[in-house]
Design a binder for this molecule. Structure first.
Ligand code: TRP
Length: 334
């Protein structure tokens, strides 16, 4: 047991990981491995709230895992695991379901958005998604949860459920988790629509730089990125969202500050900025893609990593499941 505080986060294996996922999430996860006791989940049970081709989902789990590893997540320093490998997630989700109200789940903006988009598949799992996410978090006595703004409401629900169960049980069953929202500038926007966040579920692939994109695709997408007509290279999210986004991406991949870029590019044109940025993104991704390919080929190594992650996560979840079940009135299994 370490005395570092417990951090849990997850990404669902759907769509394809983008530079936005790296800058907004994975980069932070890598840094937190040094300072926190981290658990990182591949949230495959969340992924099936949307129709999935089974073979593709399975393959995508391996793909995401290999990207995590290539980008520096380390199974010796963090617990990397597949959500469905730890039965406690589903078990705790059921218990929490019986404490979550229809009203509060109906108010979740992500449910309203998703149900509004995909009207022929509004399944109960989609509605219940935030309760499963609360289970992910509460199962490990998590103290901090790195999430983007879009997940803040879900985290608030997890906090409310933790407090509610603790109050009803009359004892502290769950730690009440705190959100850990990454600093501003850590948000990468769509190349073609820089006022909306880059998303792995975006249907328009020109909006995203995927972590596995080929150099030619990256260059083409960046060249076509939306800018503005005043021609000045300066960071101003409100007035110049396109140029600001290019600067933010540049700073993230080249490990420099936006202020340095503004200085270096003063008086230069957008064409030059885009060419240099494309080169910087390619130079950043290329070695990572090579490492990715090495991991991807070694299935027995991946199986070992997942087995170890699942075993460690399950062992850590066990006392919380036992406590929560006991506090709820279930007869302990004999
Ligand atoms: N719902 C999160 C997302 O789409 C993914 C997720 C699943 C998650 N379980 C989690 C994030 C637990 C943080 C903690 O981004």
């Amino acid at each position: 047991m370490s005395d570092k505080s417990v951090v849990l986060s997850g990404i669902q294996p759907s769509g394809a990981l983008t530079l936005g996922n790296y800058v907004g999430a994975i980069k932070n996860w890598v840094a937190m491995q040094e300072t926190h006791d981290c658990l990182y989940a591949l949230a495959d049970m969340h992924a099936i709230t949307v129709r999935q081709d089974p073979a593709a989902l399975r393959e995508r789990c391996y793909e995401f895992l290999c990207l995590y590893l290539a980008f520096g997540l380390d199974p010796d320093r963090a617990t990397l695991f597949v959500q469905s490998h730890v039965a406690g997630h589903a078990q705790l989700a059921w218990l929490l379901n019986c404490h979550a109200s229809m009203g509060e789940l109906t108010r979740m903006t992500q449910f309203k958005d998703k149900a509004g988009q995909d009207t022929d598949n509004i399944n109960a799992g989609l509605f219940d998604y935030p309760v499963l996410m609360a289970a992910d978090i509460l199962l490990y006595q998590t103290e901090a949860v790195p999430v983007g703004h879009d997940q803040k409401q879900h985290l608030e629900l997890a906090r409310n459920l933790a407090e509610r169960v603790n109050t009803r049980a009359g004892e502290e069953v769950f730690t009440v988790p705190e959100p850990f929202i990454p600093e501003v500038g850590a948000r990468v926007m769509r190349l073609g629509e820089p006022t909306a966040k880059m998303s792995k579920s975006d249907d328009v692939s020109a909006n995203s730089i995927y972590l596995l994109d080929e150099p030619t695709a990256i260059t083409k997408k960046i060249k076509r990125a939306v800018t503005d007509s005043d021609g000045e290279i300066r960071y101003d999210e409100a007035e110049k969202p396109g140029v600001s986004n290019l600067l933010a991406i540049y700073a993230a991949v080249a490990d420099c500050t936006i202020a340095e870029l503004e200085r270096d590019y003063a008086g230069l044109g957008y064409g030059r900025l885009k060419t240099d940025l494309a080169d910087a993104v390619v130079a950043f991704l290329e070695p990572l893609q090579r490492r990715y390919a090495e991991f991807y080929e070694d299935r027995s190594q991946l199986a070992g990593i997942l087995a170890r992650g699942a075993e460690s996560a399950a062992a850590r979840a066990e006392p919380t499941i036992a406590h929560a079940f006991r506090a709820t009135g279930f007869v302990p299994p004999v």
